[in-house]
Write a protein that binds this ligand. Sequence first.
Ligand SMILES: Nc1ncnc2c1ncn2[C@@H]1O[C@H](COP(=O)(O)OP(=O)(O)OP(=O)(O)O)[C@@H](O)[C@H]1O
Length: 249
Amino acid sequence: MLKLENIWMQISNGNGENKEILKGINLEFEQGKLYAITGPNGGGKTSLAKVIMGIYQHSQGSIYLHGEEIGDLSVTERARKGIAYAFQQPPRFKGLTIKDMLNIAAPQAESMQYRKYLRDVGLCPEDYLDRDLGPGLSGGEIKRIEMAQLLMRDTALAIFDEPEAGVDLWTIQKLIGLIVTSYRNNPAKTAIVITHNEKILPICDEVIVLEEGTVAGRGTPSDIWHLIKDDIECKVRNKCQGEVTYEIK
Ligand SMILES: Nc1ncnc2c1ncn2[C@@H]1O[C@H](COP(=O)(O)OP(=O)(O)OP(=O)(O)O)[C@@H](O)[C@H]1O
């Protein structure tokens, strides 16, 4: 359903130089599957999600959704085509209530559904529907609200960027269950979860390891486990000893 062909992306480092963030990514995502993207901090996971969503512009390569090239489409146009992205750090909108936000996400939904989805992510609707989406909400609360919003939108492709970030251990289990029931084995849908979480990785159909802007490996969780553990630990150890195994341009 989604195909990335030789995706390159660069960002200015502020000194008039460009830094390559994504270096020739080739990936294909099928319907009915749940994918994890993992790898070291700064490897390019969020950047790749933003390129798929159209928030960041790639410099080379093609993005196909159901065979249609979408690389020139805006964020709004891609959203209309059925791509949704839940931010690693969701934006806050002072002056907008949670109910307003859910209404923007799914204007056709009934008030009952707002309540159901908030309950699903472990928030009591009576306490939250009329609350402001501003800085008064905790990090974990805002992540859960964003998850409710994404699930309500019910898109063909959903990208969750570190759904576990800032969320308590009890709620993580609940959120994992929601992603599984809403996306995994649903033949019409695809979910990509960017994660470092040891509970999420094993339940995904496929794990992709992104490192220094390239795909360092992909496979089933058991195939990839050694790569995640050994390779990353080895590189970190080498760096700490001053033996830099690679350099970011
Ligand atoms: N807007 C930006 N301006 C400057 N540098 C950026 C920007 N966005 C990303 N980068 C850089 O691109 C690299 C990849 O960042 P990205 O957020 O994609 O990594 P990540 O794999 O998601 O990391 P993490 O696991 O820490 O969330 C990092 O070196 C980051 O500093």
